[in-house]
Design a protein around this ligand. Structure first.
Ligand code: KG4
Ligand code: ZN
Length: 341
């Protein structure tokens, strides 16, 4: 079976063709980063319009690269939610129209299920059950995963998502949008021990996160720092290091707790922030210590992409799930309401 996957929930147009026997056949991505950079964040209306411009040429390219004709396609999967409503509508309109025209089922995919299953695209895919740490620009959550669609949310952010905290702190440090990867790069030049950021909500039981206080702590630290001298860049790098260390440490503490609570030894980390080098190496060390295993998507599939949507869509298509032509985009859509397959 072969499926076309479409991702348009935020500022990336991602298209992929996935075959359940041959694997991923093609994968196209257009990032709108430059379009939104001047505004310091995603402008929803501009995002929707740009998806409209890019989606068809990218689908044509993905089909061509996969040497695939419409008659070879058994279903069309698209991100149905959560995300920016205008952006979602582009993917869902095109996805459902193609499914109608090609006379195949349409499948609505939950964006976070896409992230959660992205490590399944790798050769060393994790087996169920596992604990998933999903850390993206819009969400931070710990999920107990027994199988596809069997999700128990153990904890989530009560305010900013981890990626959002990275982006906001990066902005305070004068870095461009989206600042997460730039802050991580700056932190590589930073030295440990100069600043000590808090580890929010680790001093009480529970698995929820709160990251907005870190951003405020960063704002105060930057305000109090003397950034007028020749060592300003080094000071900024030290602040970036301390911020990143605090986020990573907090995530480690919560993952450790979630593994203990569930009795599981397998951890999956996905979403944009899972591209973070420090997070990846610290989590690896943690799982070695706990004699468990950690799985990530490869870097290309950590941030938003069409491949994860095609993969998740394929699993639901094979389970016989299809979408009515009248179904709506879902800007808000709790992960634990998905059906088990
Ligand atoms: O999953 P994603 O592409 O989009 C959402 O679903 O939100 O995640 C994007 C987020 C952004 O906040 C970005 O700054 C962050 O992931 N990110 C990183 C890194 N790469 C991307 N944060 C920290 N370190 C990175 N290397
Ligand atoms: Zn995402």
């Amino acid at each position: 079976m072969r499926i076309l996957g479409i991702e348009t929930s935020c500022d990336e147009t991602g298209i992929a063709v996935y075959d359940d026997e041959k694997g991923l056949l093609s994968h196209e991505l257009y990032s709108q980063v430059k379009l939104h950079a001047d505004y310091g964040g995603v402008v929803p209306e501009l995002a929707s319009r740009d998806h409209v411009r890019k989606i068809i040429p990218l689908i044509e390219k993905a089909m061509e690269d996969a040497d695939t004709q419409p008659s070879d396609i058994d279903g069309v999967a698209f991100t149905q939610g959560p995300g920016l409503v205008g952006a979602l509508l582009v993917g869902s309109s095109v996805g459902r129209s193609l499914a109608y025209a090609w006379n195949v089922p349409a499948v609505g995919v939950h964006h976070m299920e896409g992230h959660l299953l992205a490590p399944m695209l790798e050769d060393d895919a994790p087996e169920f059950p596992f604990v998933a740490l999903l850390v993206s620009g819009g969400h931070s959550m710990l999920v107990k995963v027994e199988g596809i669609g069997q999700y128990e949310v153990l904890g989530e952010s009560i305010d900013d998502a981890a990626g959002e905290a990275f982006d906001k702190t990066a902005k305070l440090l004068g870095l461009d949008y989206p600042g997460g990867p730039l802050l991580a790069k700056l932190a590589e030049k930073g030295e440990a021990g100069h600043y000590k950021f808090p580890r929010p909500m680790t001093d009480r039981p529970g698995l929820d996160f709160s990251f907005s206080g870190l951003k405020t702590f960063a704002a105060n630290t930057i305000r109090d720092a003397d950034l007028t001298g020749g060592d300003a860049e080094q000071i900024k790098a030290n602040i970036a290091y301390a911020f990143q260390e605090a986020v990573v440490d907090t995530l480690i503490i919560k993952c450790k707790r979630a593994l203990k609570q569930t009795g599981m030894k397998r951890l999956v980390i996905a979403g944009g922030v899972s591209a973070n080098t420090m997070l990846r190496s610290e989590m690896k060390a943690l799982m070695q210590e706990l004699k468990g295993e950690v799985f990530y998507p490869s870097l290309a599939y950590c941030t938003d992409n069409g491949a994860m949507i095609a993969y998740a869509g394929m699993q639901r298509l094979k389970a016989g799930e299809t979408l009515a032509l009248s179904s709506q985009a879902k800007p808000r859509w709790p992960l634990d309401t998905l059906s088990a397959i």
